[in-house]
Design a protein around this ligand. Structure first.
Ligand code: ZN
Length: 153
């Protein structure tokens, strides 16, 4: 009798990790959510929900924009993606959930990661009095965001 092997392509570890993260957040793992997550990871552009929808529907023809919105919400709730908002109210989505820095083009709205390591001690060094002042206000500083603004020519 042959030893049994798991079927190839069954449950790649990425999907299994995603399933665990979603279930921990009380969300279901679905094929659509996995596709949205895979797309977010494959691009650097920090797409809007509409852009994610346009891309994912190429392989999942019957997916709706509402399902994409719900998938993005679930991924953010599970801590495997993050939502970036701008002054014009357009949300963009990031397949990275670790702290990192961005640039934003004010002409096109696109957001990209900066090749710069996140520095948790930056604010403390930049303004030591500020962190003390925040503590006195009862505000616990847990991180910071930097977004460089400009335009691509
Ligand atoms: Zn990013």
């Amino acid at each position: 009798m042959k030893p049994s092997h798991p079927a190839p392509n069954c449950c790649p570890s990425g999907d299994e990790e995603l399933r665990q993260a979603l279930e921990k957040a009380g969300r279901r793992f679905t094929r659509q959510r996995a596709a949205v997550f895979a797309y977010l990871h494959s691009v650097e552009s920090h797409p809007t929900a509409e852009q994610v929808f346009a891309a994912v529907r190429r392989s999942l023809k019957r997916i709706s924009l509402a399902t994409v919105y719900k998938a993005l919400d679930a991924l953010v709730a599970a801590g495997v993606a993050s939502r970036l908002t701008s002054e014009d109210g357009t949300a963009r989505y990031d397949g990275r959930s670790d702290s990192h820095y961005h640039l934003r083009c004010l002409k096109t709205g696109q957001v990209r990661d900066l090749p710069l390591e996140y520095d948790p001690g930056l604010i403390e060094r930049l303004a030591p009095q500020l962190t003390q002042w925040l503590r006195e206000q009862g505000f616990e500083l847990i991180g910071h965001r930097i977004e460089l603004l400009g335009q691509f020519k």
